[in-house]
Design a protein around this ligand. Structure first.
Ligand code: DX5
Ligand code: ZN
Length: 232
């Protein structure tokens, strides 16, 4: 197969558990695993950084017991540095923290790495890509939000596509080992746009859960991979 850059890698799909039915969480997870979910995205909200309260380490621990698929925890909290150990102990594989939170980003990233977890940085839709650049050599993931965080089911912000392209170009040019993840409003119609712009990992909540989970996931992967190949 001809070499055509990092985009030859398979697109990863990360179903977001926020849109799953919590009374049947184990069952919903198994359905997504059967359909090939690459990781589960877990939205942690503190009612302060965003106006919603969701899941904490106890839920992560319960999810960890039902699957070995990697767990990707997205911390939408004011002080992420206070929760690194709790989520590491609960069994996450990576922890992503917002540059907009109230912390010393470099110190939090180091604390995550020291806890044996992959660190990642998150950018809100209105935050410039440049805010992440000083930290990219130290993280494994860059998560670009295509909705303002807080709730599942919001409309995809097309104006963020140029930031995804900018991040893709920078990561490739600098040869960084950073996976580019995109989160918010990704459904069957918007997944191809994100894949074409250069994302490696697509997060989707209401585009996958709670009904027809396997069907939704497979259709999204097919649409995204077709669009990613179209880049060459
Ligand atoms: C939004 C969360 C997202 C959300 C995605 O604050 O960070 O991960 O669960 O849900 P959808 O895909 O429905 O926008
Ligand atoms: Zn999220």
């Amino acid at each position: 197969m001809a070499f055509c850059g990092p985009m030859t890698g398979r697109i990863k799909i990360a179903p977001s558990l926020l849109s799953a039915r919590f009374d049947r969480l184990g069952e919903q997870i198994h359905e997504a695993v059967q359909a090939g979910a690459d990781m589960f995205h877990i939205d942690v909200m503190d009612g302060h950084f965003v106006p919603n309260l969701t899941m904490g380490p106890a839920i992560v621990n319960a999810v960890r017991r039902v699957t070995e698929v990697p767990l990707d925890a997205h911390l939408m909290v004011t002080r992420p540095q206070d929760f690194v150990k709790a989520f590491a102990d609960a069994g996450v594989n990576d922890l992503t923290v917002h540059v907009e939170s109230d912390h010393d980003v470099r110190a939090t990233v180091k604390a995550i790495r020291d806890a044996g977890v992959s660190p990642g940085l998150v950018l809100n839709p209105d935050t410039a890509f440049g805010k992440a650049v000083p930290f990219l050599a130290d993280v494994d993931l860059l998560l670009v939000m295509t909705v303002h965080p807080g709730f599942a089911g919001q409309p995809f912000r097309r104006d963020v596509l140029s930031k995804i392209e900018e991040a893709r170009a920078h990561i490739d040019r600098e040869g960084l080992e950073v996976e580019l993840e995109v989160d918010g409003g990704i459904k069957l119609d918007t997944a191809p746009l994100v894949a074409e712009a250069g994302a490696d990992i697509l997060v989707s909540g209401s585009g996958i859960f709670p009904d027809r989970v396997a069907e939704n996931l497979r259709a999204m992967r097919e649409a995204a991979e077709k669009a990613a190949h179209g880049r060459h």
